[in-house]
Design a protein around this ligand. Structure first.
Ligand code: TRP
Length: 447
């Protein structure tokens, strides 16, 4: 492979993987889904899905990427020439655009809050005022779009810098910093007077309320949070050396991502109950709750700055990974330069991003199946495109990829001594369990 770029070190791969996985999905999407889906039961279903099916799906994606050494589209062309499997590439391009569109909007909100934290604009606001502030920001025309454009521009600049100099460098520092800050916020949140109800909400499951929709939301969130099902891990996998242990990498990524989500839950939910906010508030939840927590912490206004900065970086490392899917695709399939590919994609993402942003206000009356454009993109990608992409990936690896290739990849060509039983178990999970679970959950959730 001529000059595609590659990750240099093992820590670099992990940082990039965790950087892709940990993002707004953990700190923004997870808490609000927990809130709208009734709490603990959702979390348990989510964790079971991550541990049993998502980890094998993750290494399936890795296998396709590393084996082919190409982008999501090219990979299937190389591994299954002349077949219809390139549909995996089509789905991944579609999903990347839909996610990037609303993701950039939320990334813009994060930047907006960072700017406000820097000028101490929300210290001493009451809960109602914070709610009203969030509403007025997201429904206005210009402000969120400007911040969104900045968010997209920063993403593109890092992507242009390339794999090793860009992605690897920026992810290594900010992730641990973010983790520590979320931990500090969680500690403050659980020690607020009245936090008990929130803790109960997080840990005392009520399975009687679980519906097909809860399950599908949990599945979609697991895919979303782990960056699965749209060729993201596949594309990163194509930059990973053959000697790296992809099983271990998948476990570590999934576990650290889930820890982040749980701690984010602990940071948000107790405070939600302590402040008397509705847990089912929706996408504004973190933005309304967090500033209020910062007011309750000594030096909270400094912490607010650090936090929103770190959240912005976490969001950037995730959006980079989605951009990279599209850039690798354009660059390799249409023989464009990295720069040119990046700018073309930037243009398209900006367009859809603007639509999403306006759909929170001015274009709010355009509804598809009762959802505005923003919510429609969110649900379409997480609950349909990603599980569908994941389904195709595991069916390919379980049923089409030669078994010997599977063994070769997960043992790094025989260097790694993984137990025979473990390898077989993984294989059969990929072949039978994952397609079945995805299929059933999708059917139950959609019908
Ligand atoms: N996982 C990221 C987050 O939680 C978002 C993300 C990055 C993603 N790459 C992806 C989601 C690929 C789905 C597919 O913020």
């Amino acid at each position: 492979m001529e000059n595609r770029g590659a990750f240099k070190s093992k820590f670099g791969v992990l940082a990039a993987m965790a950087g892709s996985a940990v993002g707004l999905g953990n700190l923004w999407r997870f808490p609000y889904l927990v809130g709208t889906n009734g709490g603990a039961a959702f979390i348990i279903i989510y964790l079971v899905i991550v541990l049993t099916i998502c980890i094998p799906i993750m290494y399936s994606e890795f296998i396709i990427g590393r084996r082919s050494g190409a982008n999501a589209f090219g990979a299937m062309r190389i591994l299954a020439p002349g077949s219809k499997w390139t549909i995996i590439g089509v789905l991944s391009v579609l999903a990347s655009f839909t996610i990037l569109a609303f993701y950039s909007v939320v990334g813009g909100w994060t930047l907006d809050y960072l700017a406000r934290a820097l000028t101490f604009k929300f210290s001493n606001l009451s809960q109602e005022e914070l709610g009203a502030l969030f509403n007025s920001i997201v429904t206005s025309n210009m402000e969120p779009i400007i911040f969104m454009l900045v968010f997209i521009l920063v993403t593109v600049l890092v992507v242009i810098a390339g794999i090793e100099k860009g992605i690897e460098k920026y992810t290594k520092i900010m992730m641990p910093a973010l983790f520590i800050m979320v931990l500090i916020i969680a500690i403050r949140s659980v020690t607020l007077p009245g936090a008990g109800d929130g803790i109960r909400f997080l840990f005392k499951p009520d399975f009687s309320q679980v519906t097909g929709k809860t399950m599908l939301d949990a599945l979609g969130q697991a895919f979303f949070s782990l960056s699965l099902g749209m060729g993201c891990i596949l594309t990163y996998g194509s930059y990973v050396k053959k000697s790296e242990n992809i099983v271990q990498m998948s476990f570590l990524t999934s576990i650290s991502d889930s820890m982040f989500a749980l701690i984010a839950g602990l940071a948000i939910m107790p405070a939600v109950f302590a402040f008397g906010i509705q847990p089912s508030e929706g996408p504004g939840l973190v933005f309304v709750v967090l500033p209020h927590i910062f007011e309750q912490i000594t030096f909270g206004s400094i912490l607010a700055i650090l936090f929103f900065f770190a959240l912005f970086i976490a969001a950037i490392t995730s959006s980079i990974s989605m951009f990279e899917v599209l850039v690798a695709y354009l660059k390799e399939e249409f023989k464009l330069s990295r720069k040119k590919a990046s700018f073309i994609i930037m243009g398209i993402v900006c367009f859809f991003g603007i639509l999403c942003s306006l759909s929170e206000g001015t274009l709010g009356n355009i509804k598809i199946l009762g959802l505005n454009i923003f919510d429609m993109f969110d649900k379409l990608s997480a609950n349909i495109l990603l599980p569908l992409g994941g389904l195709l990936i595991v069916v390919y690896v379980g049923w089409r990829l030669p078994r010997a290739d599977f063994n070769d990849e997960i043992t790094s060509g025989g260097i790694l001594k993984l137990g025979k039983r473990f390898i077989s178990l993984s294989y059969y999970i990929i072949k039978y369990v994952t397609p079945l679970v995805i299929g059933v959950v999708m059917l139950k959730g959609l019908v």
